[in-house]
Ligand binder design. Structure first.
Ligand code: MSP
Length: 530
């Protein structure tokens, strides 16, 4: 079995710094990468910046800067965000790098040589904000006087006072007519359909995959891959008057990072990617264009694409100009990174659209980590310190909790295998609830006072400690720093190191002994609602 795991985030545009929406994709990829790593996989996790874009050029111009100093500055700022969140990427890629230019030119040449790229001329509407061409059905009508908008399907009377605008950017698209090169997507229709059939979970969640399939069922149009007017970007090797446009340039970043020619890293082993994390806006490009482009250039296809939903703040599109772009590093410094991770990964199913609600984030953290988890851990530490330690080392886990543990492991493992992070966390907190209930029912603090009940108390305390140990191992991919502190509280300091040495399964199946010797500082402080 392939013992490598390659996960990618989208490469982010650099006309601004990453906000909480971008952090969502990176935190998903980070938790998955960490889980794979402790599960014996050699992990590659790539991320960073999509630089050859009109948006970046516009922004640099707006700031009166040359493009390269601007891009250098932004790439650094992006990196600071991911480092600030302790995102454990292994590979950083900028699309202005020479290695990327080289690879993209090679694949373009290959597809040109085999007839999949051809010259043509089209007149299309193009929205600079979306960086994409628009068809009528992508636009809405707007009344120039009143500003009112209507769906394109409405029966509004067309007049000089009515214009067609992009519903996201509220701007009239540009009309472009130029020589372009096109990719022969239509040629790959059947191959794509066969591939989807053979790989029924290629795109997750399933409803997104259904949309992709429905789209390919309607018709697949060849798409433009170059611009005559753009001057910044990767030049086509067979026509240097044109630069590649967006998708060839952006998507092949995933292959460039596997093509480093570094013998020791053996990077080529990582392709095909195991998982691309992207949002639904770019799923069509990843699930349709991308496999076709790869087939044309002779590459294997990625295994899975995990599609996230659209995420708003105060039900508004996240945008600098609306002042609702929450900085994930600032937010984590104010509350904690655990609060951010827990809220965004445990409250919403991946794929669902949702609104970031600060109050809800605090309540979730207080309930799940500050109450549920910390209370249990604190009780375990305080009560064990009252006991004669040596005497309960050989205890067993209570049968009732043992049965729950087995079910919990099954739910957790199955959910992680499907990248269903919400379910992995739900199963964990459900299990913690059952352990908390068990403690409340058993009342070990009362039994402790009874000489005749000492054996029972030992079993209860062992059960609690062992449950916390298991939970912390399973929460490690999500909260690595905090779980390392939990290991210390249980006096299992060496766990972090062992996990990084791929010993998760060994630790999970180990019969541990607990020598808790001191009270732990509070690990999960409650936050007040503002
Ligand atoms: N550069 C392209 C991607 C090319 S990948 C070969 C791009 N960049 S982006 O900066 O606009 O967005 C990148 C990613 O950030 C999205 O794919 C998405 O995963 C994440 N998100 C940005 N804003 C988001 C929300 N408001 N909600 C959810 N995800 C968000 O597209």
């Amino acid at each position: 079995m392939k013992n490598t795991f390659f996960v990618t985030t989208p490469i982010y545009y650099t006309n601004g710094i990453p906000h909480i929406g971008h952090a969502y994709s990176s935190l998903i990829a980070d938790s998955i990468a960490r889980y794979q790593k402790i599960n014996w996989k050699q992990v590659k996790f790539s991320t960073w910046v999509d630089e050859n874009s009109q948006k970046a050029l516009d922004k640099a111009e707006e700031l009166g800067m040359e493009i390269m100093p601007y891009l250098d500055m932004m790439a650094k700022e992006h990196k600071q965000v991911w480092d600030g969140l302790n995102i454990k990427y292994t590979d950083f890629i900028r699309t202005t790098e020479a290695r990327h230019h080289k690879l993209v030119r090679e694949v373009l040449q290959k597809s040109f040589d085999n007839g999949d790229i051809y010259e043509g001329e089209y007149e299309w509407m193009y929205c600079v904000g979306c960086e994409s061409f628009k068809k009528d059905e992508d636009l809405v009508f707007r009344n120039k006087t009143t500003g009112e908008t209507f769906p394109i399907s409405s029966s509004v009377k067309i007049s000089e006072n009515i214009e067609k605008i992009c519903p996201d950017h509220l701007k009239v698209p540009q009309t472009l007519k130029e020589k372009n090169y096109f990719f022969r997507l239509s040629k790959y229709e059947q191959k794509l359909k066969d591939f989807y059939k053979k790989n029924p979970s290629f795109v997750m969640p399933q409803d997104r995959f259904n949309e992709v399939i429905a789209f390919t069922d309607r018709w697949l149009e060849d798409f433009s891959i170059s611009r005559e007017t753009n001057k910044f970007g990767i030049k086509l090797p067979f026509d240097e008057t044109q630069v590649t446009y967006v998708w060839y340039d952006a998507l092949f970043n995933y292959v460039t990072v596997c093509d480093t020619n570094d013998f020791w890293k053996n990077d080529s082993n990582f392709w095909p990617a195991d998982l691309h994390v992207v949002w639904k806006d770019i799923i069509r490009f990843h699930a349709i264009y991308w496999p076709a482009m790869l087939l044309s250039a002779g590459y294997e296809l990625p295994k899975n694409i995990l599609t996230t939903g659209y995420f708003t703040v105060d039900w508004q599109k996240i945008s600098k100009s609306l002042w609702n772009a929450i900085d994930p590093v600032e937010f984590s410094a104010k509350y904690s990174k655990d609060l951010l991770t827990l809220y965004i990964l445990s409250s919403f199913n991946i794929g669902q659209d949702w609104d970031f609600d600060q109050k809800q984030a605090i309540l979730t953290y207080n309930a799940k980590l500050a109450n549920n988890f910390w209370n249990l851990l604190n009780r375990a530490v305080v009560l064990t310190l009252k006991m004669d330690l040596e005497s309960w080392l050989s205890s067993k886990v209570d049968k009732y909790i043992w049965d729950n543990t087995k079910k919990y492991f099954k739910d957790y493992d199955e959910a992680f295998a499907r990248y269903d992070l919400k379910k992995t966390l739900d199963s964990t907190f459900r299990f913690l609830d059952s352990v908390n209930n068990y403690v409340t029912t058993k009342e070990p603090w009362t039994l402790m006072k009874d000489e005749a009940k000492q054996e029972e108390v030992k079993t209860i305390m062992y059960t609690i400690c062992e449950s916390i140990r298991q939970v912390s191992l399973n929460l490690y991919p999500f909260f690595p720093e905090k779980m390392s502190e939990v290991f210390e509280a249980l006096n299992l300091k060496w766990y972090k190191e062992e996990l990084e040495l791929w010993k998760y399964n060994e630790l999970r199946n180990k019969k541990e002994t607990f020598y808790i010797k001191e009270k732990s500082p509070i690990l999960f402080e409650k936050f007040e609602l503002e």
